[in-house]
Design a binder for this molecule. Sequence first.
Ligand code: GLU
Length: 452
Amino acid sequence: MSIKTRFAPSPTGFLHSGNYRTAVFAYLYAKANKGTFALRIEDTDRERSKKEYEENIMESLAWLELPHDEFVRQSERITRHTGLLEKLVREGKAYVSREESKNEPGKTVELIRLKNPGKAVTFHDEIRGDITMDTSDLNDFAIGRAIDDPLFHFAVVVDDADMDITHVIRGEDHISNTPRQILILEALGFSIPKYAHLPMVLASDRTKLSKRKGAKPLTDYRAMGILPEAMLNYLAFLGFHPKDDKEYLTRDELVAVFSFDRVHTSGAMFDETKLFSVNQHWMRKLTDEEFITRGELDAPDKEKLLKTIPLLKERAQTFGEAREMLSGELSCLFSTPTVNKGKLLAKEPEDAPGFTKNALEGILELLAGLPNDVSAEQVKETVMPYADGVGATPGEAGSPDAPLLGAFRGAVLWPLRYALSGAERSPDPFTLISIVGKNESSSRIKTALAIL
Ligand code: GLU
């Protein structure tokens, strides 16, 4: 029989990375075995289920590119659930019980209870091996709030059976539900699927990841500028490791290597820092053009933007950061900065008035010999020996003591970088000149000279 898995989220809140990790594993297992991946929205809790959450689930799965081959909405199957509840009652395998409400004492409620044979149930977990649990203390547990209002466990097993789900892949927190679900399946005469319970996804304090622990909806990561291939890669590694210890795998590579025997039983910690570094890896894999389109980057000058990408690849771990850099510390690349005299002179040696002005004039002369379109290395090769030598040249910059080579490097490079960027923090001046172009750089230096 061909393999079929499902992801069965309840749209009662925003799902977090831990929930989507389950979807990723169910998808990978299905695809690794040329099987089918189904999505079932478990929306039978009418009060807590919200359209908004369901839409967010659909959006997140689409973003991660986990397309489902089949879609089921649990609330639309209520007639089927009711029919089977009635059947169990008719066959004497379940009964309607009228009892006092636990929540509202004094009020009588009706519950459908399964006649529990009270035996030990053993099932084979694909990840953990055989698990045995005694079900006698579950007593005759409830399977419906009313004949037309099935409880969670009942709806889940009926749908899994009707959908021919071969492998139920879900979080470890469902292990304790499995024996009672098996009892329901047995009462219905349905076959028992295989089970794989995934290790918990933990927060940084090693307790279960939850909204209270700051777990974000997946779409927040999309907004932060995480690439879906990075998120998929990261989620797949929460509790799974391929044989060869590779860290970065594409979807196809993941499908090729995924198997339950590489899934751990111990919890996996969700670590945002690690996610960001995985993301940076995938960002760096993009061509510069792709980087711009996929990062939705914008700048007044497209050509300059393209030249800025290597810098962004070096510095940004998310596209959100890249966008911030473009409008923040890198904005000087796209618009002429304003500079002030005090800052231009901030590194002027006390005993050498006029040093800064001389240095900038010297650099201007050197730049004159370079083409407009020039690489950072080329600029560095031209300017650095000058910056290192200027203080040592007798007569120049007024240093009679011929100080060590390079002693004035900072006094030359600082005003240059500041004249180009108008900022205390910016990329080095060689990179700035290579992106801004020699001509515009020269004119920025001239502006600074005019101020001096
Ligand atoms: N709807 C359940 C949940 O969100 C999943 C049930 C299952 O996977 O069996 O926890």
